[in-house]
Design a protein around this ligand. Sequence first.
Ligand code: ADP
Ligand code: MG
Length: 347
Amino acid sequence: MLQEQRKITNRFFAAAAVLAALAGACACPVFAEEEKVSREIFAMDTVMTLTAYGEHAGEGIDAAVDEITRLDALLSTEKKDSEVARINEGVIGDESLSRDTAKLLAESLYLYGETDGAFDITVYPLMQLWGFTDGNYRVPTEEELAETMQVVGADDISYDEGTGKAAFGKEGMEIDFGGIAKGYTSGRIMEIFKENGVESGLVSLGGNVQTLGRKPDGRNFKIGIQNPDKDSSFLAVIEAADEAVITSGGYERYFEEDGVKYHHILDPKTGCPARSGLLSVSIVSPDGLLADGLSTALFVMGEEDAVSFWKGHSDSFEMILYTEDGRLLATGGLKDRLTSDYEIEWI
Ligand code: ADP
Ligand code: MG
């Protein structure tokens, strides 16, 4: 039997995470109540909550919503006239890519190389095969998998940074920025906030949070990380300032067939949902795009490879891993600002 179990509770949880992040802000003596503006919108298939503080909060939020709408129209794989859909249909021809798409493509190819192929935007034909793109979920046959795998592999994308032109080496290749689009967007929102004179704020895109500055009372924002096992409590709470806290997990979007759960983060080496022994990976970094890409990639890699990857890149991010056997691991840079009811194994 086929059954969809996309967890609506995530949305409430996302809102709860932001509420936790904001707790205490209202008692602040520095700003009046009207100097905090919050708005909730639905875009990129996600409930997004934006909050800004200070006298320019309203302008900042308006501009951020415009930016989200613009990026959604550009990057959506589903919207027929989006730039990504046009790339996938091969109609982009000899045109140069827009600035945003060029940046996302260059960063995706960089991540593909750095993560030894764990992050690969060419998984889109596999996402379609498994039915994650239209909800017609199914477990493909070996033959179907083998055939689709032939067009998977970002080393067959050529991209010339000078001209901004991209080309696929194989017919049938298609890309999807789903693994980094939200992190890129939250990073852009921080820039838009700043351009509009906002110095303090945060955004939650489906539970992925990025913060600008500190709360108006000078304290760090507190971000709750969802517990994959329980909706009722956080896995951990982290203090953040000028940082993204982005989580990937197999519990977010999945279907079940014959008692087996199949989730939406695919291992590009097998073409199947990654089974790496991890339930969730959270990345903390000032760079939203990097945090999003790495949360997906390190989830695919599993504990051992994720830990050695962090050791080689410990200046650019911190991470929290939650394993299938119930262990919570975190990197040393979070020592004074991560709390949890679980015992934390420090890396
Ligand atoms: P979410 O978007 O649900 O928060 P992720 O950031 O982990 O979670 O992104 C998952 C999305 O990334 C999938 O829906 C798919 O579009 C894409 N994706 C799946 N597997 C990979 C992968 N190995 N590399 C890059 N992108 C992937
Ligand atoms: Mg991601």
